[in-house]
Design a protein around this ligand. Sequence first.
Ligand SMILES: [Zn+2]
Length: 429
Amino acid sequence: MDYQFMHPAEQIVQTINRIYRKQMTTTSGGNLSVKDSDGNIWITPSGIDKGALTPSDICLVKPDGTVEGKYKPSVELPFHKLVYKTRPDIKAVVHAHSPSLVAFSLIRKIPDTAIIPTARLVCGKVGIAGYEVPGSIELGKKIAAELKKGTDVVIMENHGVVTCGNDLFDAFMKFETLERCAKLDITSRLIGKANPLTDEQIELANEKGKVPLGEFIPAEISSKEKDIRTKMCTLIHRAYDQDLFSSTMGTFSERLGDDSFIITPYGKDRKLLEPQDLVRVDHGWREAGKRPSRSAILHKMIYETHPDINAVVVAQPTNILAFGITRTEIDSRTIPESYIKIRNLVRMPYGINISHPEEVAKTISAKSPVILIENDSIIAVGTTLIEAFDALEVVEFTANTIIHGGLIGKIVKITDEEVKTIDKAFGLD
Ligand SMILES: [Zn+2]
């Protein structure tokens, strides 16, 4: 369902549910609002369980200040009002106490958005507002002062974050992206020093996907294609729920025929993706009216180079990406499962998937089914979609265990002799 056609109260409930279920706020912390075309402000109620909100619980604050609804509006209504007054272009506000951003608010610093390519583009310049008591006009004034500088995202000292957008999904995306940067920044520090991207490197990411694909109108949709679309959506939703994908980051594709595959669309909310949203790419043409993921060319090259590969997944999960951001070596010989699924994990430099996708396609294989692109993503392939998904899950799990193992002692790897025994037992030679 498209946010544009959802009632503001429904949008707020859906979004707060997402934020709460992903533990990006507590039941008492955080509030959301939407300003509609009549100037009404729809806002979350005060002191009501965020885990069980329904649209009828959302408060309506009319332009003349009268309030309608079962409950009192959020105690932070003053700052929401001031945000809309200060910046008439803002139509939605997300305020939350997410763990990694609150950690940054405690040290009164802004997370680095240059550690991954698209975060700066999504969040823009991030401001920081001095501490004030919650619910006060003073707090609103400090946030408004930052927004006047043109920023849409403000860290609140010793409190949380406010993100604003031209609709609620836009504000949510900025919030989710900045929380991700904060989490990546913190996780990276557990294993090394983060390497931020340069302006030129970030600019390179904008080049991605500029390769034009002509459009075609599919004559028919086979049963095989319908099956792929349905199963892929199930796995995309699972990847989102397990934090392997974010709302707009993460791509799956599966081979349909010799030179055709089904792929995730660009920029569409992964949480709400439906089979008809996926895009067929056929002999270098894309399905009419749809925009495939920006990595479509890479997927095409992988399928062309490897007739035995039938599925590709590209994702940005936190723990493995921290290895790419800090350029830290990672070895899959931790537990047999990790070695069997990941084999020889190859790390490639940032941007190679954009400038030389053929190099990535050549390097990936059954013996190296997982490639880590520095500061960018993990690419996993398989003979089936579930196999590629499993490789993605295992590599993120492995990175997690190495980070945590390293915090409590020295990690002992499986020896070369033991690896040979695994190779033999599982036919991996
Ligand atoms: Zn708060």
